[in-house]
Design a protein around this ligand. Structure first.
Ligand code: GAR
Length: 202
């Protein structure tokens, strides 16, 4: 069966990208293949991870375009030129417009470091999410993989996993535990689930 072509969009260190690359190597992801990594940050370490794995990269910077629309048009063109079936946002720190998300309905997934609907939406990203969880005093947090639509972190939920909050946690310690115990597991599993569905529809 023809595999689904995956693009991963990143902005930072790319540990979730690494989890996807490793899952492809170990056979957890078998219905899809990572064909392209797009970064909106030229200094992202994720780009090094992609190059090391032999994956094609594209760096598309917002500052090189006069509008969000033009920036997104370039991303869409790059995705279409590479025949991408599934877009995975893995620490992509830029909100995409409705025009973009509706162009790829049910073809974009995102990993978020909390149990949605807690600690999500505009302004909740990266360490800020864990800081908010600790300030609230929740005893359990986790990660969510969901489809991306026009509402930030508002699309249909695909998978979630709980992680315990421990006495003495800092945002950094909690972030690492959530990544290790939840994100790096449910993102590859969700990617395989959606790729399998796409290949069955092809
Ligand atoms: C991850 O924790 C991811 O869930 C989060 O940013 C981090 C990226 O790390 N994403 C968001 O907060 C999106 N709202 P990574 O670059 O090492 O994968």
């Amino acid at each position: 069966m023809e595999k689904a072509s995956i693009a991963v969009m990143v902005s930072g260190s790319g540990t979730n990208l690494q989890a996807l690359i490793d899952a492809q190597a170990s056979g957890i992801i078998k219905s899809g293949e990572i064909k392209l990594v797009i970064s909106n940050n030229a200094g992202a370490f994720a780009l090094e991870r992609a190059k090391k794995a032999g994956i094609k990269t594209a760096t598309i910077l917002k500052k090189d375009f006069t509008s969000q629309e033009d920036f997104e048009r370039k991303i869409i063109k790059t995705l279409e030129e590479n025949g991408i079936d599934l877009i995975i946002l893995a620490g992509f720190m830029s909100i995409l417009s409705e025009k973009f998300t509706s162009h790829f309905e049910k073809r974009i997934i995102n990993v978020h470091p909390s149990l949605i609907p807690s600690f999500c939406g505009e302004g909740f990203y990266g360490l800020r999410v864990h800081k908010a969880a600790l300030e609230k005093g929740v005893k359990v947090t986790g990660a969510t993989v969901h489809f991306v639509n026009e509402i930030p972190d508002g699309g249909e939920i695909i998978m979630q996993k709980c992680v315990d909050v421990m006495e003495g946690d800092t945002p950094e310690i909690l972030q690492k535990r959530v990544m290790c115990e939840a994100e790096w597991k449910i993102l590859p599993l969700s990617a395989e689930k959606i790729c399998k569905k796409i290949t069955e529809e092809k």
